[in-house]
Design a protein around this ligand. Structure first.
Ligand code: PLP
Length: 414
């Protein structure tokens, strides 16, 4: 049957069809991506997109909100239950917005904030000079230890006591080790800072019990719902009751206009899915697969940054292969393996080139892959890295990727 979209807009229908095919036939190792369920997609593709709902449930600025209010109530309640939080704001359109709203709620322009160095795993919203955060606030950074490539809590404590930030941020976009939130709490208490945890990447691991939760220790926890949490592309904020009013006011009217009610309904679906026992097994399988992939890559001759992983992602140093991150990403893309280049500690290459790759296992685990497939993928990556310019070797890997994906197809019915 021809769909409404195919009739109305064959060009966009074709883009969607080809993107389904790409996702079904190439290996997705981008650490921030996942395959959301058809239930989430259905909620997000619903008529809830039509509704304007500025405000919060039962305190809206427009009429006709009694039905969608229930979706937001369900999303908020499920988020609080899932993470054991006092309060949840489920309106942020994205992780960046969740962070921006948090800063707006807590800080004045020019205030000092301490976060992780961007070239060592921090996010753009942790003070990049080209981001609003770096322009509006006075960011100071902490990094990883040069030897272990892991967070050095004594160093962070010393910097925090010297700098006395108003806000301390824990959390990263490219860090493969468990983050000790209790240590961050005690540092925040010692220097008198508010503690925010940016848990965007690891939200699903936390929900599924595969990473310690920041909720008992942090004043505010920001999330994305589309990374390991496997929901729609969006954000959310959890906080202590004392900060609830300030956070809500910062999201709306401080930062955003009307919430995306279709996305909020889809977040509610994802929170419900994440409450299941199956999701707990999924979260633990992500970590098992990440460890298996990291070990297999080490056996292939790659150097794992910090020596391995405790979560869903790993950084690999490509220098043993004499290949840059940019060349690696492009060669792997052509061979049907999708991932991203990433700076490693003291990277000699420019940020657009880099010497590393960031690889994550959330999506391949959703697709049903296990330890055997991780070994196969590591071998495929090794083959491409040894022969990045060899067309025959790369098309051979492309064939292997297609074969693997035919057994582990994320959307067989799309
Ligand atoms: C992904 C991420 C974000 C931003 O999320 P978007 O939805 O892309 O805006 C913010 N902080 C951290 C730590 C992240 O990993």
């Amino acid at each position: 049957m021809t769909s409404a979209l195919e009739i109305a807009d064959p060009e966009i229908a074709d883009v969607i069809r080809r993107e389904v095919e790409r996702q079904n036939t190439t290996i997705q190792l981008i650490a921030s991506e996942n395959f959301t369920s058809l239930a989430v997609i259905e909620a997000q593709g619903s008529v809830l997109t039509n509704k304007y709902a500025e405000g919060y449930p039962s305190k809206r600025y427009y009429g006709g909100n009694s039905v969608v209010d229930e979706a937001e109530e369900l999303a908020r309640r499920r988020a609080c239950d899932l993470f054991g939080a006092d309060h949840a704001n489920v309106q942020p359109h994205s992780g960046a917005n969740a962070n921006m709203a948090t800063y707006l709620a807590i800080l004045d322009p020019g205030d000092k904030v301490m976060g992780m160095r961007l070239d060592q795993g921090g996010h753009l919203t942790h003070g990049s000079p080209v981001n609003f955060s770096g322009r509006l606030y006075d960011f100071v950074a902490y990094g990883v230890d040069a030897g272990t490539e892991m967070l050095d809590y004594e160093e962070i404590r010393a910097t925090a006591l010297r700098e006395k930030p108003r806000l301390l941020i824990a959390g990263a976009t490219a860090y493969s080790r468990v983050i000790d939130f209790e240590a961050f709490r005690s540092i925040a208490d010692e220097c008198g800072a508010i503690l925010m945890v940016g848990a965007a990447h690891i939200a699903g691991l936390i929900a599924g019990g595969a990473h310690p939760s920041p909720v008992p220790f942090a004043d505010v926890v920001t999330l994305t719902t589309h990374k390991t949490l496997r929901g729609p592309r969006a954000g959310a904020i959890l906080c202590r009751e004392e900060l609830a009013a300030a956070i809500d006011k910062a999201v709306f009217p401080g930062l955003q206009g009307g919430p995306l009610m279709h996305a909020i309904a889809a977040k509610a679906v994802a929170f419900r899915e994440a409450q299941s026992e199956a999701f707990g097994r999924y979260a633990s399988d992500i970590v098992t697969n990440a460890r298996a992939l990291a070990a297999a890559l080490t056996a292939e001759g790659f150097r794992g940054v910090s020596g391995g992983t405790d979560n869903h992602l790993m950084l690999v140093d490509l220098r043993p292969f004499g290949v840059t991150g940019k060349v690696a990403q492009e060669a792997l893309d052509a061979a049907g393996v999708t991932c991203n280049k990433n700076a490693i500690l003291n990277d000699p290459e420019k940020p657009f080139v880099t010497s590393g790759l960031r690889l994550g296992t959330a999506a391949v685990t959703t697709a049903g892959m296990g330890a055997d497939e991780m070994v196969e993928i590591a071998a495929m990556i090794g083959t491409v890295m040894r022969n990045p310019e060899d067309q025959a070797a790369c098309s051979d890997v492309r064939e292997r990727a297609i074969r693997l994906c035919s057994k582990f197809t994320p959307y067989p019915d799309l």
